[in-house]
Design a protein around this ligand. Structure first.
Ligand SMILES: Nc1ncnc2c1ncn2[C@@H]1O[C@H](COP(=O)(O)OP(=O)(O)OP(=O)(O)O)[C@@H](O)[C@H]1O
Ligand SMILES: [Mg+2]
Length: 515
């Protein structure tokens, strides 16, 4: 039996004609977004399309210049996130905002502590947290310190924190970017559970297969405008990619490499004890040859980050040796290693890769400020630096109003493109790339893959650390798996599936755990 209704049901959230201008850019240009009550709604679009801006407006972090917002049928106007929270809207940011030293319980209640006669009622908070965890199947120990948690667990803390504040509508900005396939499945189970309990979910994602697997509705943004709202059962990933960037869906792949036995990077017995919540490295041996891409897979926190820092000279090893083109660089400071041709795309571009409040042309010489074209003798070559930046912006398709714009004003994906462009433009011998395509759209991803392939063909040696298993399998000539600070497997990418690789990473494959 169907009854015809004149009025569509009231949407959970409706944004109409939202416009947001920044100097030189219209981030949102009369964007419409209609999210039905109790659905999972994906927002996709290329880097800089305006997705995060739209979500920040809905969450009260930024004010729209024009347009209206309704939540549950009533018009709202938020001047801060706390007003959005009061209206039942919560947001999980891509860069988690948890306090590492505090426990799960403390993080969840921080700023919203229940009180009893003026003091914090810890027992009540604990009960609430346990109830929430149970009813949503979000498994967490309230007394664990956040610094000891894996990424997927931290994300669950963020989600519970938002639920604890009574959110009915949850916004997640690129929640899957940091997760391995197994964790993505768990997140999706959690999201479906939230939906079953009547919550509404809005999330941003660059991985279109994932979007198609979980979303009820997909809105596509392009250059600040809504270009389509589609039903996932009616589109393919290819069509979605076309809507987003006007081009086809790329896949990572490399030709077999030319025979070249020259070893560019040689690491022998590298060891570092665990410290400050960072995992140890335990006798790492690895080689990267000229024209070779060696992929490193691992669940975050199993030593890949420490390995990268040790190669760069950011962490001192207690044992073993690192050699570049046959010469030991173990005692060298970071700058000397960089000058010797070590390129570095850092994992945390906010902390290590960029000066957010400096203009692009200064960011483009970070780490290279002592060599041409950025320097002439002891002096900064301003002209040379500006010209080089203009080239990087053009060659790597960094979408920006100009090279005097601050790095902070770029969208997440465009910040990443700037960092990659800077490192590739310097013509390194050895590139250490940590998650080079994290957060960048399918078009830009294809460009980075092509750049890596070209550089490899020209003899560049690449150590590629990535959480994107398709990328690792598609690009790498050899794959190494790290678990608890050791290399526990070497796999042939030609015969390994993402699921098998995920199994080795979690030690679930049976032969992954050396102990
Ligand atoms: N605070 C700001 N100041 C100036 N410009 C900004 C600011 N925030 C965003 N922009 C600009 O607005 C546009 C949209 O950015 P936004 O971060 O919303 O994109 P996005 O769709 O989330 O992209 P990505 O996928 O790369 O994260 C970009 O051109 C960006 O440079
Ligand atoms: Mg964004």
């Amino acid at each position: 039996m169907t009854t015809s209704t004149v009025h569509a049901p009231t949407p959970a959230v409706e944004l109409a004609g939202i416009t947001k201008r920044f100097p030189g850019v219209v981030a949102n240009d009369a964007v419409d977004l209609r999210v039905a009550e109790g659905e999972i709604h994906a927002v996709v679009g290329e880097n800089g399309a305006g997705k995060s801006t739209l979500m920040k407006i809905l969450y009260g972090m930024q004010a729209a210049d024009e347009g209206t917002m309704t939540v549950g049928g009533s018009e709202v106007r938020f001047s801060s996130p706390s007003e959005a929270i009061d209206a039942g809207i919560g947001m999980v940011h891509q860069h988690f905002m948890l306090a590492d030293q505090l426990t799960v319980l403390e993080n969840v209640v921080l700023g919203a502590e229940p009180t009893r006669r003026g003091t914090i009622d810890r027992a009540a908070a604990r009960r609430d947290l346990e109830d929430l965890g149970r009813s949503y199947g979000l498994d967490l120990d309230p007394d664990d310190h956040v610094e000891t948690l894996e990424v997927g667990e931290r994300q669950r803390v963020e989600i519970i924190k938002v639920l604890y504040r009574g959110a009915r509508v949850l916004i997640l900005d690129e929640p899957t970017a940091v997760l391995v396939p197994q964790e993505v499945e768990e997140l999706f189970r959690n999201l479906r559970e939230l939906k079953a309990r009547g919550h509404t979910i809005i999330f941003i994602d660059h991985k279109l297969e994932e979007v198609l697997a979980i979303a009820d509705t997909i809105t596509v943004l392009r250059q600040g405008r809504t270009v389509a709202t589609v039903d996932p059962s009616e589109v393919t990933a290819h069509q979605l990619a076309e809507l987003m960037v006007g081009s086809d869906l790329p896949t990572p792949s490399t030709e077999p490499r030319a025979d070249d036995d020259h070893v560019t990077l040689a690491i022998r017995g590298l060891s570092i004890p665990a410290a400050e919540g960072r995992p140890a490295l335990d006798g790492i041996d690895l080689e990267v040859r000229r024209g070779e891409i060696v992929g490193v897979a691992g669940v975050e926190g199993n030593g890949q980050g420490v390995l990268v820092e040790a190669i760069l000279g950011l962490r001192e090893a207690t044992g073993g040796d690192i050699a570049l083109d046959g010469e030991s660089i173990s005692g060298w400071p970071v700058r000397r290693r960089r000058e010797a041709g070590l390129g570095y795309v850092p994992e945390d571009r906010h902390r290590r890769g960029l000066l957010l409040d400096a203009p692009l042309w200064e960011n483009a010489m970070l780490g290279h400020q002592t060599t041409a074209p950025y320097a002439r003798g002891p002096w900064i070559d301003r002209r040379g630096a500006r010209d080089a930046t203009t080239d990087i912006v053009a060659d790597f398709d960094v979408r920006t109003p100009g090279i005097d714009t601050t790095a902070r004003a770029l969208s997440g994906g465009n910040q990443q493109k700037l960092v990659i462009g800077r490192e590739m433009a310097a013509g390194p011998r050895m590139l250490i790339a940590a998650h080079p395509t994290r957060g960048i759209d399918v078009g830009a991803q294809a460009a980075v893959w092509a750049d890596l392939r070209t550089a490899r063909a020209d003899g560049l040696a690449v150590l590629l650390v990535s959480a994107d298993l398709e990328e690792l399998i598609g690009l790498a000539d050899r794959l190494l798996v790290m678990l608890r600070g050791r290399i526990v497997a070497e796999l042939d990418p030609a015969t390994t599936t993402p699921m098998q690789l995920g199994g080795h990473m979690t030690g679930a494959s049976g032969d992954g755990d050396p102990s």
